[in-house]
Design a protein around this ligand. Sequence first.
Ligand SMILES: [Zn+2]
Length: 307
Amino acid sequence: MKTWGIDLGGTKIECAVLDAETLSVVERQRIPTEAGKGYGHILSQISKLIGQVAQNVGEMPARIGLATPGVLQPETQTMKNCNTTCMNGRRMLEDLEELLKIPVRLANDANCFALAEALMGAGKDFPGAEVVWGIIMGTGVGGGLVVNQKIINGHHGIGGEWGHNILEDGGELCYCNKQGCVETVISGPALERAYEKLTGTALKLNEIIDRHLASSDVHASEVVERLLENYGKALSSVINIIDPSLIVIGGGVGNIDLLYTEGYERIKNIFLTTGNSPPQYANLFWGIAQEYLEQPYFGTKYSINNR
Ligand SMILES: [Zn+2]
């Protein structure tokens, strides 16, 4: 018995087939999304990938789970808030079931990531964790909230999302039509844009980080400072509300070691300055479980390098 899952990203689509009992990965493949070619093309890429994987596995899926950006609105059954904007307004679940001729379960990718990590990944080392917040920092910024092992989907399906909280007044215009969203400040592309604005030179985020660590580029250090300070602000404002037991960070930006050292200090500075260790934080334990991110269950890791 095998379990099939697909992670639909803005740049690539990944399919993983797991052994349903051991949860070990039987097969894993990815192909480019080529989102610029439109909604119909994205669907045909999904179908093509399933065909390719089925050849190696020796069978077609009986059903499939699909992690997508954005949410399927319960009332209208149409997609919303996808950063791959051509998917918005589309009846994606219905269209996929018609195309693939099998039952499809569709859920927000950050929710899939958070639930997988809470139940099968990082959360295994924190069995008493009541509140687990899984966050994605990569091409986009998202999140999923798991309370007592269940996803908090929320009234509009945006539970756990923090990428479109306003972080910078009058900041960059976001695709969601607001200005200065978290995503426009600390996502990978946003940080690369900030560097380019300062220097006129386009660099990949990992190069910017390397230059900062080598103390060889003052502008790279400026961008890293911008990341750390805003990371502290953005996270702590949510932490103060949900008081998580465990935060798991995924995504290309989430691979930056500094977030777990200096970034963690920034968060602590912000949320602990409200008093002398308020009791609600007395038993707070943190496990930002970076090591698990090397083997995410459904490929929810967005790699800046492969963008
Ligand atoms: Zn936004």
